[in-house]
Design a protein around this ligand. Structure first.
Ligand SMILES: [Zn+2]
Ligand SMILES: [Zn+2]
Ligand SMILES: [Zn+2]
Ligand SMILES: [Zn+2]
Length: 395
């Protein structure tokens, strides 16, 4: 009889715990977290979702609605539950705002996704693709671009030996976020590009630099045949944005410093992706799609020019704007920037940039930082190219 009542008491206790969720750190279901990771994120795992601020696909997750965690039913943790609810609400409000801003301009709004990373906002309408042998869906490709943009920003800061103080915080005057729109359908670019940049365009790509940084593009299959081509274009254009966005914030490409503006963009394009360049910022000049200079192998091209005595003169070009530089001049701009960064390092180059962006003439900034002027540039450059650039591809 006594045994029976003990058994009953134990049973009642077990039932009580089942009905009344426990509190505190002891829950074995969730190791005391109060929640568990959402397991519905298969094409892009939850770790990659955690690395971004918001993702439209994660926000639509039927299990977590963008919180990335689900409540543990075995325990109660009000703080954790409230935090998850706040994340769901924030994600829903964020996605509603993105839809309100863009849906009515898009040809197929349902095929465009959104991603916010720590330093960029993506409107993403690129199609599925193949990278090597791997098929990549739009959602994963969007994360890939978000990760590439963040990695490029880190690379930019490392190459120029900058820290976060190089970029201004958000204020009424400056928006430090990179606004990037990538589309497959050119009609989306024509409708959205002018809205995000404030610049009217009929082109496949448009960008705004300075106190607001925005780039919008549609993949042109004649020029950008695969994902590497799109990636290279992104690196070129986002490098322009980052250069404009570092203090003092301004675009120097229309202030007679086109060689610096284009040279920096080409430098990252060349070294971050696959050691070729293919992107030109001509808005005015009708360029046959896919036109390049020496197939983008610019180190070899410049070395061969040195051997033939055919280098362009620095003094003829260094006061032109970005859109006044032709293909060959773009290749020189790349080489000139490569020369400055390689011989004196990133910190010196950043000092040179700050001086020019602050309004100094580049001849004065050159003399101040590098100790020589425009007339002495060509000979030093040619000597360095002969010593470092290869004569043939693959060397
Ligand atoms: Zn639990
Ligand atoms: Zn996602
Ligand atoms: Zn989920
Ligand atoms: Zn450019």
């Amino acid at each position: 009889m006594i045994r029976k009542s003990i058994l009953l008491a134990v049973l009642l206790a077990v039932l009580a715990t089942a009905q009344e969720p426990r509190t505190g750190p002891a829950c074995p279901q969730c190791n005391g977290r109060g929640e568990t990771d959402c397991t519905r994120h298969r094409d892009v795992d939850v770790e990659r979702e955690h690395a971004v601020e918001h993702c439209s696909v994660a926000t639509r997750c039927r299990s977590c609605a963008g919180a990335l965690t689900v409540d543990c039913k075995a325990c109660r943790n009000e703080v954790v539950e409230a935090a998850a609810a706040a994340r769901r609400e924030a994600a829903a409000a964020w996605l509603a705002a993105r839809h309100a801003e863009f849906d009515r301009h898009l040809v197929k709004a349902a095929e465009v996704e959104y991603l916010d990373t720590p330093h960029a906002q993506l409107v993403f309408g690129l199609d599925d693709t193949r990278i090597g042998r791997t098929r990549i869906g739009r959602h994963e490709r969007m994360h890939l671009y978000g990760e590439r943009v963040e990695a490029l920003r880190v690379r930019f800061m490392e190459a120029l030996e900058l820290d976060e103080s190089a970029f201004p915080p958000a204020s009424d005057d400056v928006d430090p976020i990179l606004h990037l729109c990538l589309f497959s359908d050119p009609r989306d670019q024509l409708a959205v590009g002018p809205r995000v940049t404030g610049i009217g365009t009929q082109g496949a790509s448009v960008k705004l630099m300075g106190t607001r940084m925005a780039w919008s593009m549609a993949q042109d299959p004649r020029v950008q045949r695969d994902d590497t081509d799109v990636y290279r274009s992104m690196v070129h254009n986002v490098s322009h944005l980052l250069l404009s966005g570092m203090e003092p914030v301004c675009w120097i490409g229309n202030r007679g410093h086109g060689w610096i503006d284009e040279g920096v963009a080409h430098w990252f394009e060349y070294y971050v992706v696959d050691q070729t360049c293919a992107n030109f910022c001509y808005e005015e000049v009708a360029l046959t799609p896919g036109t390049n200079y020496e197939h983008g192998y610019w180190r070899v091209a410049l070395r061969q020019l040195v051997e033939r005595g055919g280098l362009l003169k620095f003094v003829d070009l260094y006061q032109k704007n970005s859109d006044e530089l032709d293909l060959k001049a773009n290749a020189h701009a790349f080489g000139w920037i490569d020369f400055l960064i390689s011989t004196q390092g990133g910190a010196s180059f950043a000092r040179f940039l700050r001086s020019v962006k602050g309004g100094a003439e580049s001849r004065d900034a050159l003399r101040e930082v590098y100790g020589f002027g425009p007339l002495e540039f060509d000979e030093r450059f040619a000597t360095w190219v002969r010593a470092t650039y290869p004569l043939k591809r693959g060397e």
